[in-house]
Design a protein around this ligand. Structure first.
Ligand code: DLL
Length: 432
């Protein structure tokens, strides 16, 4: 498959410059290039990108904390880090230029959402080592919006600020947006949609979410809910964003070069084919990534968007390859479970999958929460509907429990949808 890149010469020469710097500094990626027998001067056309070795999360973790740095430490002005749930955290670093580029990308995303200096953006992503808060914040200020650095938590206060400060756009994880909507319902029972406020846009991302959850959020909050994508290793939020046409996410392709590869064979796939997103940073200085395997599943969407922006678009992220469960031979992603559950009236979008291995196979039980306006008498009907929906959409019968309202823990950041156990939780409980 031929790689087609806009402004290809400038981009390729900028990536070549980064590779030259890596060689000069004896960066760990230069070692990978040596092993692959590739030199910076071999990169002349878009197709030559394929000569370059992939970078994996393990490469970055293996050089914890600062081994991936490609500038002198004195040029670093900011650190962020991933949570490190699987091994060493990854510490990511930024120069002044990197922070500017990130703010440019995030501001461009907010522009795609139709926001301008008359808008007020409440940033309810966490501020701190997580990139969500500061990423959206700098993007908002750079575009001239009035930004409220709310961070996550104190949900009643979040609702008050939305109401009293004339917030027009809310940036947070979709699961936290659902929580905000629930708390708002408690404060103003019977409120209609956005409760008469100015809220109109949601900038939701940092975790996989389904079309079903989008509908519920749009309905409950009276907004247009847009998807924003990013990852710390690339910079943070702002790598890709949906425009108001909700027709795939536009990649900030002046800053990142996307490829889709088959995760098994690592061959590049055709536009429209689903695989793993691989990203190369074009101008990052402190923490460049070359052919970074994101583990995120998506596809490049053919054609151009009605908004007229010529950037490459990707489909919403279906999930991470690491989160995939294999149930009786069928691949199951938590976002598919969410999509099915959202279609069952009487269930909230809150659920948790408990999973364990039995004879090397994934077993699971899904706890789905019934809505506050249902009763114990509805449980059998809800169970029947949920089992059928999941069977129809995913293709396997799954073990489902219907739990009481508010029984699934809410999150103020990324929701935990999968709990992995050593053995079946019921058996483990009996033994205790
Ligand atoms: O989640 C950056 C971010 C903050 C993106 C705020 C959007 C909004 P990390 O904590 O490093 O960075 O997690 C990155 O989260 O590889 C995906 O698996 C997942 N992810 C991020 N955005 C989306 C999305 C931030 N819109 C990892 N849809 C990524 C699905 C997403 N998954």
């Amino acid at each position: 498959m031929k790689l087609v890149i806009r402004n290809v010469e400038t981009k390729i020469s900028r990536i070549r410059y980064t590779l030259e710097k890596m060689v000069e500094r004896n960066h760990p990626y230069a070692q990978k290039m040596r092993e692959a027998g590739v030199k910076p001067e071999h990169l002349r056309t878009a197709q030559d990108m394929r000569l370059l070795p992939f970078t994996t999360k393990q490469d970055l973790q293996g050089h914890y904390p600062l081994g991936w740095l490609n500038v002198d430490r004195k040029n670093v002005v900011r650190f962020h880090a991933t949570s490190g749930t699987t091994g060493n955290p990854t510490v990511v670093c930024y120069t002044n230029n990197d922070i500017k580029m990130w703010a440019d990308c995030a501001a461009w995303c907010l522009g795609l959402a139709g926001l301008d200096e008359w808008d007020t953006l409440q940033v309810s992503y966490g501020y701190g080592l997580f990139t969500g808060g500061l990423g959206a914040h700098y993007g908002g200020e750079h575009r001239g919006l009035a930004v409220i650095p709310a961070s996550g938590g104190a949900t009643e206060k979040q609702v008050r600020m939305i109401k009293e400060l004339g917030v027009t756009a809310l940036a947070c994880t979709p699961s936290y947006a659902m929580r905000i909507a629930e708390v708002w319902d408690d404060i103003d029972p019977g409120r209609f949609k956005n409760g008469g406020t100015k809220l109109k846009i949601g900038i939701f991302g940092a975790e996989p979410w389904s079309e079903g959850l989008r509908k519920r959020l749009e309905e409950k909050l009276g907004i247009k809910a847009l998807d924003i994508y990013g990852l710390s290793e690339a910079m943070g939020p702002g790598v890709a964003m949906e425009c108001v046409h909700q027709n795939g996410l536009h990649i900030a392709d002046e800053s990142f070069l996307p490829e889709i590869v088959d995760p098994e064979t690592l061959e590049n796939l055709e536009d429209g084919e689903e695989g793993e997103l691989v990203l190369t940073s074009i101008k990052k200085e402190a923490f460049p990534i070359i052919r970074y395997r994101t583990r995120d599943r998506t596809r490049i969407l053919p054609g151009t968007c009605a908004c007229g922006d010529p950037s490459v678009r990707i489909d919403r992220i279906g999930g991470r390859t690491d989160d995939m469960l294999i149930v009786r031979g069928v691949n199951v992603f938590p976002s598919q479970v969410e999509a099915a559950i959202c279609r069952v009236e009487g269930l909230t979008p809150n659920f948790i999958i408990d999973t364990w291995k039995h004879d090397g196979m994934d077993e699971l039980v899904i706890s789905c929460e019934r809505a506050p306006n249902t009763t114990q008498d509805d449980i059998d009907t809800l169970l029947h509907k949920a089992v059928k929906r999941l069977k129809d959409s995913i293709g396997v019968n799954m073990d489902i429990r219907i739990t009481d309202p508010n029984s699934v823990a809410r999150s103020e950041g990324k929701a935990v949808r999968v709990r992995r156990h050593m053995e079946e939780p019921e058996i483990a409980k009996k033994r205790q």
